[in-house]
Design a protein around this ligand. Structure first.
Ligand code: OAD
Length: 241
């Protein structure tokens, strides 16, 4: 590959596997979060309506866990790659299904959190989204409209529309390389991005511990821990800039 045919536009999609080595659990692996806790109670609007305190407690614990989590080599490599591609005038879009903020802590500038952010909460009365590093309870007041008990995690639950979809689809249609990192390919619409990118003419690459459910849709794959395969791949791209 030469500088002229290095990718002009890259879309990277990350999932829980990119944060696994930072100590944040994945969802569907052995010991994954949804093997220990009921998804329909903790990640649906209906579950929240049934038992808000149980749901708030679960997300309070996950929010607290973020305080002691550090980015790993995969997050750092993606932040460096973004800076290098920007300096070279190439497009780079980082879409994450993760609700943690480890990409930002590692230095990524522009992250599309399609499943929301754990460090933000949303008022169901006025719709305000505010930064919130602490616990939420059924007595919490909205800092904007002052309604009580109507704050919820700013996390997309099953049955709700993911965020930034228009922006993501535009970037997928313009990319010449789509890279999926640390995701099982179980949850749509993210699991369908590889096919959208292919249809638009992009090459596709999977970086994961093992073949995902969508593995056959990728032109190429590198299997291993994110902290190994992501820095290696980023290094290969940067070499050609
Ligand atoms: P999953 O738990 O479904 O998949 C994690 C993937 O990461 C698996 O394919 C693992 O093999 C891989 N993996 C594990 N450790 C790894 C490592 N060290 N390096 C590289 N890969 C590793 O998580 P997601 O695909 O992110 O949504 O799940 C998608 C969505 O389902 C989440 O955003 C969440 C969940 O329900 C909501 O809560 C809305």
């Amino acid at each position: 590959m030469s500088n002229a045919n290095a990718p002009r536009g890259i879309v990277v999609l990350t999932g829980a596997g990119v944060s696994a080595e930072s100590g944040l659990g994945t969802f569907r692996d052995v010991d994954g979060i949804w093997t220990k806790y009921p998804l329909e109670d903790l990640a649906t609007p209906e579950g929240f309506a049934r038992n808000p305190d149980f749901v708030q407690g679960f997300y309070n614990d996950r929010r607290a866990q973020l305080k002691t989590s550090e980015p790993n080599a995969a997050h750092v490599a993606l932040a460096r790659l973004e800076a290098a591609l920007q300096a070279a005038g190439r497009r780079f879009t980082l879409v994450t299904q993760n609700v943690d903020h480890l990409h930002e802590t590692a230095g990524s500038q522009n992250v599309l959190h399609m499943h929301g952010e754990l460090l933000k909460v949303r008022c169901q009365a006025c719709g305000s989204v505010v930064r919130w590093p602490d616990d939420l309870t059924s007595k919490t007041h909205c800092p904007v409209c002052e309604a009580t008990g109507l704050m919820r995690p700013h996390v997309v639950w099953f049955g709700e529309m993911p965020l930034y979809m228009d922006e993501i689809e535009v970037e997928l249609s313009r990319a010449d390389l789509f890279v999926s990192i640390g995701t099982s390919g179980n949850v749509y619409p993210a699991a369908g991005f590889v096919q959208l990118a292919r249809r638009a003419g992009a090459r596709t690459l999977e970086l994961n511990l093992e073949p995902s459910d969508g593995a056959t849709f990728f032109d190429e794959a590198r299997y291993g821990k994110a902290s190994d395969v992501v820095p290696d791949w980023a290094h290969d791209i940067m070499k050609w800039l």
